[in-house]
Design a protein around this ligand. Structure first.
Ligand SMILES: Cc1cc2nc3c(=O)[nH]c(=O)nc-3n(C[C@H](O)[C@H](O)[C@H](O)COP(=O)(O)OP(=O)(O)OC[C@H]3O[C@@H](n4cnc5c(N)ncnc54)[C@H](O)[C@@H]3O)c2cc1C
Length: 319
């Protein structure tokens, strides 16, 4: 196995879809699952906290940067597809872009292609966030296509037992255990998955009945068209900033408060979709956060609705 490369003070801004944020104190982009294990053991030995970065499409990285080791998974993107007459199984490393998964489902003319159309980020990010779409499609949430996933975690001793599942002592390496979670082992909720943390998602398996449908291609085109029409896709963003409250839409509430176009420095509530905060060019993470906080406070004051943030904050933030 080749040696893991670790860089210091590596800027993360270009790895995020908002194009903002400071450096990682230590940074690596493992090229194999073995190197991912090396990175985890290295962080453990040095007492560096680990932060994971996948597609960076749902993360706001602090301008002050991220202490410890940032593991960027974008080079872990191997995919294997197998099928029986009954079902299809796609096994993908954590950093596999969802667009790659889309291609496989599309080729097989299976319904999940409609769900994956236009969904950014990687497969592991999809599991962490239980990514989903608002419009009427089936499947509609990531958990509906998940079969199982592997999670690596570090144990103190080299002689660590390997937990249940597909992992074995040799493939999980010294100090790292691999636990396989079946879909049913996890608590899935709106933009959230729980019950598998702490750890690093290494591999994700997705499955769907092998029932091709010729209408899938048309539905994918329509989905992409809908996104282009309703979302500010030409400007850097993180997609929807807030979760939709029960029975309502965050975007509707924000618009009703007159906040479309509200701006702090280079960060602005999108004129096209009020639940998107866009980077108009030179925004900082602090400016984006200032817009998010102002929106949250204003909607609470005017509508008596507390909007919950969907975005994950990475790095050092004032409490
Ligand atoms: C234009 C646009 C449109 C969007 N539309 C949608 C949408 O329709 N629906 C939707 O749900 N989301 C949407 N999003 C948000 C985002 O794409 C999803 O939440 C996506 O699933 C995040 O994946 P990611 O790889 O980018 O995760 P990241 O942003 O890299 O990370 C998200 C979280 O997962 C953690 N993480 C990443 N990899 C791992 C790993 N291997 N192990 C453990 N933890 C890990 C990170 O530390 C972080 O906490 C949109 C974003 C954009 C920019």
């Amino acid at each position: 196995m080749s040696e893991l490369k670790v860089e210091q003070q590596k800027s993360l801004a270009t790895f995020t879809s908002w194009l903002v944020g400071g450096p990682a104190e230590h940074y690596c982009a493992p090229e194999s699952l073995g190197q991912l294990q090396q990175a985890m053991v290295l962080a453990h030995k040095n007492k560096w906290p680990i932060s994971l970065l996948g597609g960076g499409t749902n993360a706001l990285v602090s301008d002050q940067g991220v202490p410890g080791l940032v593991i960027h998974t974008h080079k872990l993107n191997r995919v294997e597809v197998s099928q029986t007459p009954e079902s299809v199984l796609i096994e993908a490393e954590c950093g596999t872009p969802k667009t790659e998964i889309l291609k496989h489902f599309l080729k097989l003319r299976l319904a999940p292609a409609t769900f994956f159309a236009g969904l950014p980020g990687d497969v592991a990010g999809g599991v962490v966030m239980n990514a989903g779409v608002g419009h009427k499609v089936s499947p509609k949430e990531f958990c509906e296509v998940v079969h199982s996933f592997d999670v690596f975690s570090v144990t103190k001793s080299k002689e660590a037992d390997v937990a249940t599942g597909t992992g074995t002592a040799s493939d999980s390496g010294p100090g790292v255990v691999c636990h396989t979670y079946a879909k049913g082992d996890v608590q899935w909720s709106y933009r959230k998955s729980e019950g598998w943390q702490p750890g690093v998602i290494a591999k994700v398996r997705l499955t769907w009945p092998n029932q091709p449908d010729d209408g899938v291609l048309k539905a994918v085109r329509e989905g992409n068209k809908r996104r282009k029409e309703t979302q500010p896709l030409s400007e850097p963003s993180c997609g929807s900033v807030f979760k939709n409250p029960d029975g309502d839409h965050a975007g509707r509430l924000i618009e009703a408060c007159g906040l479309k176009g509200y701006r702090v420095g280079g960060a602005q509530v999108s004129e096209k979709h009020a639940n998107f905060v866009v980077n108009k060019g030179q925004a900082t993470a602090s400016e984006i956060d200032a817009v998010i906080q102002h929106v949250q406070e204003t909607v609470l004051e005017q509508m008596q609705v507390h909007l919950t943030n969907e975005v994950v904050y990475l790095g050092t933030w004032p409490s």
